[in-house]
Design a protein around this ligand. Structure first.
Ligand SMILES: Cc1ncc(COP(=O)(O)O)c(C=O)c1O
Length: 365
C-alpha cells in the first residue's frame, strides 16, 4: 500500500520541544513554571478586559489586516503601519520568511545557539540550515560573515538571543548588515527588546527604515505576557511586507489577540512595572546562583543561561531535583548545551523557591 509522503527533508526536522508546563503529568500540586520565558507579572488588566470584550463578537472574522493593532504599533514605536505585518506569534512570520525567500539548494544562516524555530522554518521551506559558531555563547559577527556562501539567502539574528540571554551591540548588528551581500535578507528577531536596558542596544528598527533587505520581528508573548493569544509583528521594507502578505493566511491573527495587544500597548505603566521587576531580579538571581558555584552567563533579558560545573549529568540531576519540587526550567539538550538549564525570572516567591531548591541541590552535590 502506498501512502502520502512528505516532501524530502520534512521528516528530518527535529520537532520543537516546548518548555515543560506540568499540566500533562496528572500531579495536582501547584507548579512554578520558569521554562518558557513568559513575563513574571502576567498581562495588563486592560489587555484581559479587551480580550473578554472581544469574545462577544467572535461570530465575525477578524480584520485580516489587523489595522487597529498595526496603527497602535506604528504610533507606539514611530513606524509606518503600512510596513507592519501582524502574525500569529512572531513564530508565524519567522516561519513564512524562508518559504518566501529560500528554497531547495539555498542556505539560511544563524548562530550556533540561535532560536530553535530557525532550523524548523528553514527545513520546512526545503532550504539548508547553516550555523556559525558563537564565541562565549554570544553571536560572533566575523563567524557569521565567514558562514556566508553564494547560496545564502536569509540570515536570522536573534538579538538578544534565546537561550543564551546575550546580545550584540548596535555597532555589531550594523557591521553584520554591511558585511552581507545586498540580496541577503537579514532578519533581526528582537523578541526580548523591551527587557534590555543597555545604551548600545538596538532593536534594529533604524536598520530597516531605509533598507530593502532588513526586517525586524517583535512579539507580545514576552514583556506583554500575551503568549497564549499568539501575537507578534514584523516591520520591514514595503516590497518584503508585500511578498510576505501574499503568503500568510488571510486571517492569521484572531480578534481576541488584536484587541488585547492593542490595549496592552496603551498600558505603558504595566510594561514599566514588568521591566522594573525584571531589572530587580536579574542581578540578584545572577549573583545568588554564582554564589552557589554555578556558571551564570550575563543576561540582558528575563532569563538566565545557567551551566553546571560538573557537566551534563549534574544539569540533568538539577532539573530532576527542581521537578521534584514542582519547579520547571528549560532543558537545553535540544540546543546542544547539555550542561545548561535556562531559567526565567518569575514572581518573588517563585524566585525564592528556586534559589532555595538550587542551594539545597548544590549542597548535596
Ligand atoms: C528569540 C525568539 N524569537 C521568537 C520567539 C517566538 O515568540 P512568539 O511566537 O511567541 O512571538 C521566541 C519565543 O520564545 C524567542 O525566544
Amino acid at each position: 500500500m502506498t501512502a502520502p509522503t512528505p516532501r524530502p527533508g520534512i521528516l528530518d526536522i527535529k520537532p520543537y520541544v516546548p518548555g515543560k508546563s506540568g499540566t500533562e503529568d496528572g500531579d495536582a500540586r501547584p507548579v512554578i513554571k520558569l521554562s518558557s520565558n513568559e513575563s513574571a507579572l502576567g498581562p495588563s488588566p486592560l489587555a484581559i478586559a479587551a480580550a473578554k470584550e472581544a469574545v462577544d463578537n467572535i461570530v465575525r472574522y477578524p480584520d485580516g489586516g489587523a489595522t487597529a493593532l498595526r496603527e497602535a504599533i506604528g504610533k507606539r514605536w514611530d513606524l509606518d503601519p503600512a510596513r507592519i505585518i501582524c502574525s500569529n506569534g512572531s513564530d508565524e512570520v519567522l516561519e513564512t520568511i524562508p518559504k518566501v525567500y529560500a528554497g531547495p539548494g539555498d542556505e539560511v544562516l544563524y548562530s550556533q545557539y540561535g532560536f530553535a524555530v530557525y532550523p524548523i522554518a528553514t527545513m520546512a521551506a526545503g532550504a539548508t540550515p547553516v550555523t556559525a559558531p558563537e564565541s562565549d555563547y554570544r553571536t560572533d559577527v566575523d563567524a557569521m560573515l565567514a558562514g556566508v556562501t553564494e547560496r545564502t539567502r536569509v540570515v536570522f539574528l536573534a538579538n538578544p538571543n534565546n537561550p543564551t540571554g546575550s546580545y550584540i551591540p548596535a555597532s555589531e548588528v550594523r557591521r553584520l548588515r554591511e558585511g552581507l551581500r545586498e540580496d541577503i535578507l537579514l532578519v533581526i528577531d528582537a523578541a526580548y527588546a523591551e527587557f534590555v536596558s543597555r545604551d548600545d542596544f538596538t532593536d534594529g528598527a533604524e536598520l530597516v527604515h531605509d533598507s530593502n533587505n532588513t526586517v525586524m520581528t517583535r512579539t507580545f508573548s514576552k514583556i506583554y505576557s500575551l503568549a497564549g493569544l499568539r501575537i507578534g509583528w514584523l516591520y520591514g521594507p514595503t516590497e518584503i511586507v508585500d511578498a510576505l502578505n501574499r503568503v500568510r493566511a488571510p486571517f492569521n491573527v484572531n480578534s481576541l489577540a488584536i484587541a488585547a495587544a492593542t490595549a496592552a500597548i496603551a498600558d505603558e505603566e504595566h510594561v514599566t512595572k514588568a521591566r522594573e521587576h525584571n531589572d530587580g531580579w536579574l542581578p540578584r538571581l545572577t549573583q545568588s546562583l554564582r554564589g552557589m558555584g554555578l556558571i551564570v552567563h550575563d543576561s540582558v533579558v528575563n532569563f538566565l543561561l545557567v551551566r553546571f560545573p560538573s557537566g551534563p549529568e549534574q544539569a540533568k540531576a538539577a532539573e530532576a531535583f527542581l521537578i521534584s519540587r514542582r519547579i520547571f526550567v528549560r532543558n537545553l539538550g535540544a540546543y546542544g548545551i547539555a550542561d545548561g538549564l535556562r531559567i526565567n525570572i518569575g514572581l518573588d516567591h517563585e524566585m525564592e523557591a528556586l534559589t532555595d531548591a538550587l542551594a539545597a541541590f548544590m549542597e548535596q552535590a
